[in-house]
Design a protein around this ligand. Structure first.
Ligand code: C5P
Length: 360
């Protein structure tokens, strides 16, 4: 594990996994807040957010890819010709003959990013966060099917513990009264104004389930493309963003545009306030870190790292949204954490850790 690049002496692999866990928790909270803090009529367009995410991520990845080529070819000392050469070179890499391979994960990620908005608008943050961990199972299944990964039986057992933990956490929503998402803690539900955001848990769960499938398939597909070729990670990211543009722009063609609200951009960015921009920024950061994690670790490990983010979002939900701690949430979250720890036991120690968990 000492192989690979480091940041301030720490392996990039672990720094990126921890950063991703914090980013995941922050995203679900900020995204949820951005959706429920305004009545439906004044909310921003998720389709615009998905497009902005791809544009910004693509632009940042392009700059990194360009600077890497420029640095490697010593463009700084060669003047204008050097920079021009680097630009041409990076464009050649981006429009390489195999760039079409990124079209599949690009489409899947756009669908997933859109579903995430539906899910997060219709479920409490902590419930969304925990249910979304089911993507670990779909990711493992796709890793075995597409990447021919072999998982030891103890790793499969940890995966099923993980799924069981997620299911236990979900029990808390059964019998929970459906309440407006932005009802202030302790306020009388009946006296809440009619225009506030109402959540629909069934719709939320449906969206999360579908997002788990696209997440698993897209992640594994991206890993396959990345690890089966020599192309630079940042070039692959630019290709991914470019192929995301058509499916991201498509739903915008069906949006209604009011001349009274200004030009196309003014219409697209209508109601884009601080929460919306914060959501997009955290998503962009997440996309960049996810790419690093997939390169230096793998998708299954990524899933376990993000499952740790439920602890962060749980604590934040209690503090910010008055989320009630239920026994099923505590038991389910604990099972998820134990499963995470169990999955990451080095070979040989696995059986010992399983028996010690089972026998207390
Ligand atoms: O939850 P999951 O890990 O599946 O989410 C991956 C997220 O990271 C998606 O929002 C996707 O758009 C983004 N991503 C990215 N660039 C990559 C891989 C993933 O922006 N190379």
């Amino acid at each position: 594990d000492s192989k690979g690049p480091t940041i301030c002496g720490l392996p990039l692999k672990y720094v990126s996994l921890v950063t991703l866990a914090v980013q995941n928790a922050a995203l679900s909270i900020v995204m949820h807040q951005s959706r429920v803090s305004a009545p439906a009529a004044q909310s921003y367009s998720p389709a615009t957010a998905v497009l902005l995410n791809e544009l910004l991520k693509g632009a940042i990845s392009f700059v990194i890819a360009f600077l890497r080529v420029a640095y490697a070819s010593d463009a700084g000392n060669l003047g204008f010709a050097g920079w021009f050469f680097a630009l041409r070179r990076v464009c050649q890499e981006i429009f390489s003959p195999d760039c079409w391979k990124l079209s599949i994960p690009a489409l899947l990620y756009v669908v997933q990013n859109s579903l995430q908005f539906v899910a997060v608008s219709n479920l409490p943050v902590a419930t969304f966060q925990v249910t979304y961990q089911m993507k670990i199972l779909t990711t493992a299944a796709f890793s075995v099917a597409l990447l021919r990964k072999r998982l030891s039986s103890s790793k499969w057992i940890s995966l099923f513990f993980l799924a069981a933990g997620v299911a236990i956490v979900q029990l808390q929503t059964i019998g929970t009264r459906e309440v407006p998402a932005n009802t202030p803690v302790g306020s009388a539900h009946e006296s809440a104004p009619l225009h506030i955001h109402i959540m629909s848990p069934l719709k939320g769960f449906g969206a999360v389930t579908a997002a788990c499938f696209t997440s698993g398939l897209a992640g594994v597909y991206f890993e396959m493309v990345l690890k089966n070729s020599k192309a630079d990670l940042w070039v692959r990211n630019v290709q991914l963003s470019l192929f995301s543009l058509p499916p991201a722009i498509f739903p915008l063609l069906f949006q209604t545009y009011h001349p009274a609200h200004g030009g196309i951009w003014a219409n697209l960015l209508r109601n884009f306030g601080g929460w919306a921009w914060a959501t997009v920024s955290i998503q962009v950061l997440g996309g960049l870190i996810t790419a690093i994690v997939i390169k230096y670790s793998d998708n299954i490990l990524k899933g376990f790292a993000t499952s740790l983010s439920i602890v962060f979002s749980f604590l934040a939900s209690v503090a910010l949204f008055g989320f009630h701690i239920t026994p099923s949430f505590v038991i389910g979250s604990s099972v998820v954490l134990v499963a995470t720890w169990m999955y990451n036991q080095p070979p040989g120690k696995e059986l010992v850790s399983i028996t010690s968990v089972m026998h207390g």
